[in-house]
Design a protein around this ligand. Structure first.
Ligand code: KIV
Length: 542
């Protein structure tokens, strides 16, 4: 039994694409997952949990493509989740084949409540399955992570036995999930200490935690676990995930950075060591947060720690006075440290393609020639209406571009609205179907957005229920770009879309089409897909 050298920093295991995607409505398609995985690699995460390969053909494809395109030599470890079931492990192994450093993460519930009501298995059966399935995963890859689900509510002696057997069978990382977000930080510390003291072979593996946020304690629990010897944390961008979500990557990383002198001794370092405690390039945090929010349609609450719109805003007079006299009176970290761009006004309608390319490169967007041309066309359209374009406007344009690339399907060709206090709000809409048919309609609604959405619904004809509509201003001022986010429900699933424009009715129309395109794609992948009747619509013209 050889002791595994423990890293003197924290391994960041990002599960945005697996647990994060389990947030209702956050469903991502393969291209979107790939775009996020590329950004996670730039951010510097150590492990990307790319999905749950057996869950659907889309999940399998996403893990496979991420393994191929993001999991090369010197890049992050690519991981797939697998229940402790042979088919799951086989699917994970197959999807991960092209990763330079593949990891299979296998899990089985261990708490009595899960065993009795969900698995309907005895403790001895679970013990045997855990051991066998870790060994089976090990027959495909060297790097096997094992999670005893609902560990924090599991009988301690049974938990120690399961862990010992999983390690003996070949697990290299042991992950302790607080699956229902039940622990307090002190309890988490005691749980980890107990494992370290009672599992004889625990020093041969990396110890990890997965903390859910049901009581708002996910980040605190992850940090408490680290203080007790855990060296890997599972987390997601913006803290998205099942129910109330997971520990937020940005919170953990910035806590370790801002409070380095506090955490250093837990990692065996001198208090004043300046060596980073994670491999994360913090300057990529803001961009990653925006990308995940845009593609999942999960808005970041304004008061969210680190990445919320108010995180670096100072409203009270006393605070503003302090900040003006000496920043650190009220600021514990700089906005620049997470890559939050200053809202500099930089370009206008006379700026050329080169100026746009240069500024986008400075902001970290390296666009292909085709994408730059598309972004430039959009930039000119917006700059015609809005004289001065700030960095935040440019980012909104590029993020729209990313979404449009992945949302090919129905295209909105034209939207026009007449509204006011003495007329019926009326919308005229032109939509091009995925196979090139041009559909037109005019509709009356209770307001301009209702008229537009009714018109689009009549043309596209995919049943859905709009469950959320929100508008956020990208910058200040009456000529600001507005970003519209919509979420719609079809049966039990939720789909989101987002778009920005100086005209919020136009942004609303594009956001709706984006969400419908995701729903349309989903339906096309279903065996008994519900066909859009748009192609037979009487209003269609070739
Ligand atoms: O919440 C949980 O228990 C999980 C495990 C698979 C780590 O997501």
């Amino acid at each position: 039994m050889s002791i595994r050298p423990q890293p003197d920093r924290v391994i960041i295991f990002d599960t945005t694409l697996r647990d994060g995607e389990q947030s209702p409505g956050a469903t991502l398609n393969v291209e979107e997952k790939l775009a996020i995985a590329h950004q996670l690699a730039l951010l510097g995460v150590d492990v990307i949990e790319a999905g749950f390969a057996v869950a659907s053909p889309g999940d399998f494809e996403a893990v496979k493509i991420i393994a191929q395109q993001v999991g090369g030599a010197g890049r992050p470890i690519i991981c797939s989740l697998a229940r402790a079931i042979p088919q799951d492990i086989q699917a994970a192994a197959e999807a991960l084949q092209e990763a330079d450093r593949p990891r299979i993460h296998t899990m089985i519930s261990t708490s009595d409540i899960h065993l009795k009501y969900q698995l309907k298995k005895s403790r001895s059966e679970v013990l045997a399955i855990a051991e066998d399935m870790v060994a089976y995963a090990k027959s495909f890859v060297d790097d096997v992570e094992f999670s005893p689900m609902d560990a924090s509510r599991t009988d301690r002696d049974f938990l120690y036995q399961v862990l010992e057997r999983a390690i003996a069978a070949g697990a290299t990382t042991i992950n302790i999930p607080d699956t229902v977000g039940y622990c307090t930080p002190k309890e988490m510390g005691t749980l980890i200490q107990g494992i370290r003291e009672n599992v004889p072979n625990i020093d041969t593996v990396i110890l990890s935690v997965h903390t859910q946020n049901d009581l708002g304690l996910a980040t605190a629990n992850a940090l408490a676990a680290m203080e007790n010897g855990v060296r890997q944390v599972e987390c997601t961008i913006n803290g998205i995930g099942e129910r109330a979500g997971n520990a937020a990557l940005e919170e953990i990383v910035m806590a370790l950075q801002v409070r380095k002198p506090y955490f250093n001794p837990y990692f065996g370092r001198p208090v004043d060591s300046d060596f980073p405690l994670t491999n994360i390039n913090t300057q990529e945090i803001y961009k990653t947060s925006c990308l995940v929010s845009q593609l999942t349609g999960m808005l970041v609450q304004p008061n969210k720690a680190i990445v919320g719109a108010n995180a670096f805003a100072h409203e009270s007079g006393i605070h503003q006075d302090g900040i003006l006299k000496h920043r650190q009176t009220y600021e514990i970290m700089e906005a620049a440290s997470i890559g939050l761009p200053e809202n500099r006004i930089i370009l206008g309608k006379h700026s050329g393609r080169n100026a746009l390319r240069t500024r986008l490169q400075e902001l970290g967007f390296d666009l292909s020639e085709t994408d730059l041309n598309k972004a430039f066309t959009r930039f000119k359209e917006v700059a015609d209406k809005k004289k001065e374009m700030s960095d935040w406007d440019l980012e909104a344009i590029v993020r729209d571009q990313i979404q449009l690339q992945v949302d090919s399907g129905f295209q909105l060709e034209h939207v026009q609205v007449i509204c006011g206090d003495c007329t019926y709000p009326t919308a005229t809409i032109t939509v091009v179907t995925p196979d090139g048919k041009i559909l037109k309609d005019a509709t009356v609604g209770t307001g301009p957005v209702d008229a537009v959405y009714q018109g689009i619904n009549r043309l596209v004809n995919i049943p859905n229920q709009l469950i959320e509509f929100s508008v956020q201003s990208v910058t200040e001022g009456i000529d600001a770009l507005g970003t519209v986010t919509v979420r719609l429900r079809h049966q039990e699933r939720i789909f989101s879309g987002q778009a920005s424009d100086t005209d919020i009715v136009v942004a609303a129309a594009y956001a709706y089409i984006n969400a419908l395109n995701r729903l349309h794609r989903y339906l096309q992948m279903q065996p008994n897909k519900l066909q859009s009747k748009a192609l037979n619509s009487p209003t269609s013209h070739n």
